[in-house]
Write a protein that binds this ligand. Sequence first.
Ligand SMILES: O=c1ccn([C@@H]2O[C@H](COP(=O)(O)O)[C@@H](O)[C@H]2O)c(=O)[nH]1
Length: 238
Amino acid sequence: MVGDKRLIVALDVPNMNQVRNLVEKLGDSVSYYKVGMELYYSTGREVIAYLRSLNKDVFLDLKLHDIPNTVAQSLGVLTELGASMLNIHASGGLAMMKAASQAVANKAAQLEVSRPALIAVTVLTSIDAADWANLRHDMSIKEHVVHLAKLAQSAGIDGVVASPQEAEAIRAACGERFIIVTPGVRPQGAAINDQSRIATPREALKQGAHHLVIGRPITAAADPRTAALEICKEMEAV
Ligand SMILES: O=c1ccn([C@@H]2O[C@H](COP(=O)(O)O)[C@@H](O)[C@H]2O)c(=O)[nH]1
């Protein structure tokens, strides 16, 4: 079997030994992995090269957030790595997102490689109502997420990271082709950890998510392969 590409497994581990151990255990049950800050800062390009050598897709989740020139130059470098998806923070603003989108397109054209999707983080899935009130925004979380999604789309960004609880509203505002990636996914009964705005895999897909990012419910399971296969089964039934 080949893993369902709608499932992206978050490899939140600190070194290559743990990566190899997990990826070997998961085998063909997973075909798309997310490399985040901890793993990339620790291993750099090695982990991307390793996953690509196994023909796995990679979402390089470094959440760039800086002034337009810095983000654009950095994305030019990251576009060389062969990831299928890269990301930035939408709260970096319209000019930053436009520069980011242009930089990825230019670098991919220069290298004559396919352009990685570039998506924008809206409001982190760990943020709950109390955190949100502390941040003093004048819109609800959902309104703000949809606002950022529309801004990202107008800047030429391919999609967003949001919670499953906002997926339906984003889909209605931005259309079918705009990519929605949702972390904050928890199978029924799984530990919630530090996530707040959550849904089950089935609910996330029904709300319109294209990709589900799932880490600890799989990687911390006693049998990660069985956990991944159970999630794939739940996804197939939607
Ligand atoms: O809003 C966001 C953006 C990114 N993430 C990342 O997704 C995974 C989720 O891991 P779990 O173990 O399933 O909680 C993690 O790598 C986060 O950095 C997110 O959770 N929310």
